[in-house]
Design a protein around this ligand. Structure first.
Ligand SMILES: *[C@@H]1O[C@H](CO)[C@@H](O)[C@H](O)[C@H]1NC(C)=O
Ligand SMILES: *[C@@H]1O[C@H](CO)[C@@H](O)[C@H](O)[C@H]1NC(C)=O
Ligand SMILES: *[C@@H]1O[C@H](CO)[C@@H](O)[C@H](O)[C@H]1NC(C)=O
Ligand SMILES: [Ca+2]
Length: 480
């Protein structure tokens, strides 16, 4: 476009002079020359004026075109930017949608997992119930058989009956083990449920954040709020039922108060302790947890500290429940220690103490206050003593290890007059040194005598006290 306004003007001027001046005004040129000259000059001025106007017009036209061109460029650029950001927004939105789908899928999977766990938990609960029922049925049977056995006494029991009793004992023992295993499994399930709950909570939070992000973009207005898994209530209720199942009796007294009247093995869980098996004596008008029994010498009581701490023996025969478990029972408060002894003249008597018992940090120091009973009381002299075993001498005698010499773990003083964990002798031991190692309860250092039967049990004082009043033998036994 190199045709400038000046070119246009020149063309216009060339064309215009003959056109404007030459066409209609030809005749006027002849008569009045000066006037004609003046008007010709005036016409020339007009032409110049016109040319100038046209020149200006052209210039402003050029400016206008240039300005418009700039504006159009601006607009195009803006449109470009807008396009790009719009594209980015849609990419972002589709990404979020994908993520959302994935989260939704994961939630569904977790929900299914959770249902499975719920089913499993219910199954375990019913299994444990079944086993507990079966166990108490078997216990009833054994009780009946044992009664029969004692009725028939003097060797009248057939070997068949004996075998039956033994096999039943075996079955019960196995049942006890599977119950312990089940309890462990249930605890593991609870832990897993807890973990799942935490995971679901995290997912829920993630979903909420995503929903908010979407609403900002104003796309996909539907949210997952309505179908967000509300699993917390279910988990809580499942937890409660697990707890209910773990709601085991605190001790044998608790079982007795709940209506249980059959002496035997039960799972108990004292406050703050792990569940464990214990033998319950329900024969009096309260339930007592048995912590020691001697009746035939079948178990060796000359054991080290670790054994005395954890317990040993056979619940159906002779056993020591274990210092740790005894402590968990006594720690529930208001404990009574009940000691029942029998000599070889079938004279059975008992004695009771208020019982406080320190934990392992004090080497299981015993605190006794004599309450009642027909037995003399040599045991108060052991109050305040720590427990000693042959490998841990905590007694009151310097340079001498009572537990090693007397055998069996006990709350030795220096060394004291009692030791119900001594060696089991039938009737009166022959040798002098053997005598002092027997199962002793000998006030005032009377003749050594090893007892035929001992049973130590504990029960809370809130239960009605029942001190057995067995007939005193007319013959002078070991207790007089
Ligand atoms: C055992 O003997 C007692 C009394 O002697 C009796 O009441 C009980 O029924 C007997 N038990 C069995 C199983 O025979
Ligand atoms: C507990 O017994 C151990 C080993 O006999 C002894 O070292 C410790 O001092 C005893 N603890 C207390 C508190 O007496
Ligand atoms: C307690 O027993 C020790 C020896 O073991 C003895 O020296 C002391 O006199 C006894 N105390 C009482 C009150 O019997
Ligand atoms: Ca000592």
């Amino acid at each position: 476009m190199r045709i400038t306004p000046i070119h246009i003007l020149l063309v216009l001027a060339a064309a215009c002079v003959p056109a404007l001046c030459g066409s209609g005004e030809q005749p006027v040129l002849q008569p009045e020359a000066p006037a004609e000259t003046r008007s010709r000059f005036a016409a020339l001025d007009d032409v110049r004026l016109l040319a100038n106007g046209l020149l200006q017009l052209g210039q402003s036209l050029r400016e206008f075109v240039q300005k418009t061109k700039g504006q159009i460029n601006d607009i195009l650029q803006k449109i470009n930017i807008f396009d790009r950001s719009f594209y980015q927004l849609s990419v972002l939105a589709s990404e979020i949608k994908e993520e959302e789908e994935e989260l939704k899928k994961t939630t569904v999977v977790l929900k299914a997992n959770n249902d499975e766990i719920k089913g499993l938990s219910v199954e375990i609960n019913s299994k444990v119930d079944n086993i507990l029922q079966e166990k108490s049925r078997l216990q009833d049977k054994v009780e009946g058989l044992e009664e029969k056995l004692s009725n028939l006494s003097h060797g009248l029991v057939t070997s068949e009956q004996m075998a039956e009793i033994n096999s039943l004992r075996e079955v019960i023992h196995n049942q006890d083990q599977s119950i312990t295993e089940l309890l462990k499994a249930v605890r593991e399930q609870s832990d897993q449920l807890n973990y799942q709950r935490v995971q679901l909570k995290t997912l829920e939070e993630k979903l909420t954040v995503n929903t908010l992000a979407q609403e900002t973009i104003e796309r996909m207005p539907e949210t997952y709020n309505n179908e967000a898994p509300t699993l917390t209530p279910y988990l809580t209720s499942s937890f409660t039922s697990t707890n209910a199942m773990m709601n085991l009796p605190l001790d044998c007294s608790d079982l007795f108060n709940g209506g249980e009247r059959i002496s035997g093995l039960y799972v108990i869980k004292p406050t703050g302790a792990e569940p464990f098996m214990a033998f319950c004596d329900m024969s009096k008008d309260h339930g007592a947890t048995v912590i020691q029994r001697r009746n035939d010498g079948s178990v060796n009581f000359d054991q080290i500290w670790e054994k005395y701490e954890n317990g040993f023996g056979d619940f159906q025969g002779e056993f020591w429940l274990g210092l740790r478990k005894i402590h968990s029972l006594a720690a529930q408060g208001n404990s009574v220690l009940h000691i029942e002894l029998e000599d070889w003249k079938q004279d059975r008597r008992s004695i009771e103490y208020r019982f406080n018992f320190n934990g392992p940090e004090s080497n299981y120091t015993i605190h006794l206050t004599h309450l009642s009973g027909e037995l003399p009381d040599p045991m108060s002299n052991h109050s305040g003593m720590m427990f000693s075993t042959k490998d841990r001498d905590n007694d009151n005698l310097q340079g001498f290890n009572c537990a090693q010499d007397y055998t069996g773990g006990w709350w030795y003083n220096a060394c004291g007059d009692t030791n119900l964990n001594g060696r089991y002798f039938h009737m009166r031991p022959k040798g002098r040194s053997d005598r002092k190692r027997g199962i002793q309860w000998r006030p005032g250092r009377r003749a050594s005598y090893s007892l035929k039967f001992t049973q130590i049990s504990v029960y809370p004082v809130s239960s009605p006290s029942a001190i057995s009043t067995t007939s005193a033998s007319s013959e002078a036994g070991v207790f007089q």
